[in-house]
Design a protein around this ligand. Structure first.
Ligand SMILES: Nc1nc2c(c(=O)[nH]1)N[C@H]1C(S)=C(S)[C@@H](COP(=O)(O)O)O[C@H]1N2
Ligand SMILES: [Mo]
Length: 551
């Protein structure tokens, strides 16, 4: 093997590790997109129509596999080329890898389902490949050293016998016969022994790198396969109609103001909070929900049985306890599900219980007051979000939705078990970590328009935003400009008392700096507190304030 082969191998292994780790990260953070398949999709998209059909026809039903295998081969060739270019001129191979990293970034960013974190995988893939190749180059592959060793190799071959054409590896030269003239052999054989040691170390690293690449790549494929299977099952689900469908959104509930939070959150923009490193891929064909603990009889339910129940549908705004004042860890959706109280009634709750510990397939738990699940508020085992089965990241196939409670004590996704118990005996996941055992959502309001730092035109201006106090409802919203009197905003119609409400307030702005504050009044008449509190242990408080400069 000549020195060139080492450079090519280094290119393939370093890039292989980078790409495989990138794929693994992609499989974890954004299950719908991988850099390799995004680039592949881009290439297919760019093929002229005739060629696309020709390829699909040729490959038949295995077209995707054939295409991916082709891509891997092309990538390996390009990676070897990157190694060789790096040998020819320092930095050129790295630049080639950077270029492909960039292609990966463009490809994932231009996918319709691109998530904000999708670019992490191609950045990591490119960056890691480059760093590894640069490191291997510095440690093993200085072009000067290779030339030097090659000269020694040639010298050794001359010293031996012109006829030994079978000498094919430098390693063999260290086993030169002792009959060599000592002066001629001592120096080269020491150097050659050192080189052989270096070569062994190099090949050891390359072997380890190849193993890492195979493991990471294999794990990525398995994770993707699991979530593809589940996504397929999800796509085949036909949700039944609710016995009590949510009423149509009245026009009066929606304000037509640029920049205001949409009344119903698009599921793809819905905030996501969970402890799951890998989005659980829960197979709805084998999923079941078990009710146990302080019950007369244990009950378990399959997904098909759940869909056959009389379902209810309701708009509910859910929020995270970690949301800062003015933050966006809150969203509003139309949830379809079966009231939890009906399932609990089937199981028969024993006296003395005051909490239900819900558990996710991934081990997360939430402790919800029994009362919140059994009173009239329509706490539900949700299977649908805005007319479709739950997205995988929002808990497919089923999750809890409890109006009025922060997610960490109620909204268990990938739900698998309901244990009827007591607050004295059990704790949800976040409680021992310093968060309150009970988490009712606090009254909150937010200014969407203007944003902090905006430069609206002086004169007439309409400020706008949303306010929420699930279970209590919003009775009013007030704004205060530059420390002046509080003035009432006008409210759009409310969907129900569990959802946020849009508000608007007409202002007259003089040129210059301004400060605007907002506060809500809930359905009980209580004014949102201005006391500033951080999210821990039971939710942030304070009035959202924006500063801006009218021009
Ligand atoms: N399985 C599981 N469910 C969970 C969580 C979690 O970490 N794991 N987090 C909860 C928290 S803290 C919140 S705020 C909501 C967020 O729901 P979403 O991601 O659908 O918006 O999910 C809740 N359900
Ligand atoms: Mo949360």
């Amino acid at each position: 093997m000549q020195a060139r082969g080492y450079w090519g191998l280094a290119g393939v292994v370093c890039t292989g590790v980078g790409v495989a780790v990138g794929e693994l990260v992609a499989a974890v953070v954004s299950p719908s997109a991988s850099p390799v398949s995004a680039v592949g999709q881009g290439v297919i998209g760019a093929l002229p129509g005739g060629m696309k059909e020709w390829a699909i026809h040729l490959f038949g039903t295995s077209d995707k596999t054939v295409f991916l295998v082709t891509m891997v081969v092309v990538m390996a060739v390009l990676a070897a080329a990157a190694g060789l270019l790096e040998q020819a001129r320092r930095g050129v191979g790295l630049a080639l890898i950077a270029l492909f990293g960039l292609a990966g970034i463009v490809a994932v960013a231009s996918r319709p389902d691109a998530s904000g974190v999708a670019f992490v995988a191609p950045v990591l893939a490119g960056g890691l490949s480059m760093a590894l190749l640069a490191w291997v180059r510095g440690r093993f592959l200085q072009p000067g050293l290779a030339a030097e060793l090659k000269a020694e190799y040639d010298a050794g071959r001359r010293l031996r016998a012109p006829s030994t054409a079978s000498v094919s590896s430098p390693a063999m030269l260290s086993a030169m016969p002792p009959a060599m003239p000592p002066a001629a052999s001592a120096a080269p054989s020491a150097a050659l022994a050192a080189r052989n040691a270096t070569r062994r170390t190099f090949l050891g690293y390359m072997g380890a790198g190849a193993a890492v690449a195979l493991l990471a790549g294999g794990a990525a494929v398995m994770l993707r396969r699991a979530s593809v299977v589940v996504a397929d099952l999800r796509a085949k689900v036909t949700l039944p109609r609710a016995l009590k469908p949510a009423p149509q959104v009245p026009a009066a509930a929606v304000l037509d103001i640029a920049g205001i939070t949409p009344l119903v959150t698009d599921p793809t923009n819905f905030y996501r909070i969970d402890t799951a490193l890998v989005v659980p891929a829960v197979n709805s064909d084998t999923w079941k929900l078990t009710v146990n603990g302080m019950v007369e009889r244990e009950v378990s339910l399959t997904f098909a049985q759940l869909l056959a129940k009389p379902l209810v549908e309701r708009y509910v705004t859910i929020g995270c306890v970690s949301n800062d004042v003015g933050g966006d860890l809150v969203g509003n959706a139309r949830w379809l599900g079966w009231p939890v109280r009906e399932l609990l009634a089937e199981a028969g709750v024993k006296p003395g219980a005051d909490m239900v510990l819900s558990r996710s397939t991934d081990g997360f738990t939430a402790g919800t007051p029994l009362e919140a699940l059994t009173d009239g508020r329509n706490a539900m085992i949700a299977v649908g979000m805005d007319g479709a089965p739950l997205p995988l990241v929002h808990g497919y196939p089923a999750r809890l939705i409890v109006p009025g409670l922060y997610g960490y004590v109620s909204a268990t996704k990938w739900l698998s078990e309901l244990k009827v118990t007591t607050f004295a005996a059990d704790q949800g996941y976040w409680t021992p970590l310093g968060w309150s055992a009970r988490g009712p959502i606090k009254t909150a309001s937010r200014i969407d328009v203007p944003r902090s730092g905006a430069n609206p035109a002086a004169g007439r201006f309409t400020a706008a935003g949303v306010a929420w106090a699930p279970q209590r409802g919003i009775a009013g919203v007030q704004v205060q400009l530059d420390g002046g009197p509080w003035q009432s905003a006008s409210l759009a119609a409310a969907l129900n008392k569990d959802t946020w409400v849009q508000w608007q307030a007409p202002l007259t702005l003089t040129p210059g700096k301004h400060q605007l504050k907002v506060r809500a009044v809930d359905g009980t008449g209580a004014v949102q507190t201005g006391d500033v509190a951080p999210p821990a242990p039971d939710g942030a408080t304070g009035w959202h304030t924006v500063e801006f400069n009218a021009a």
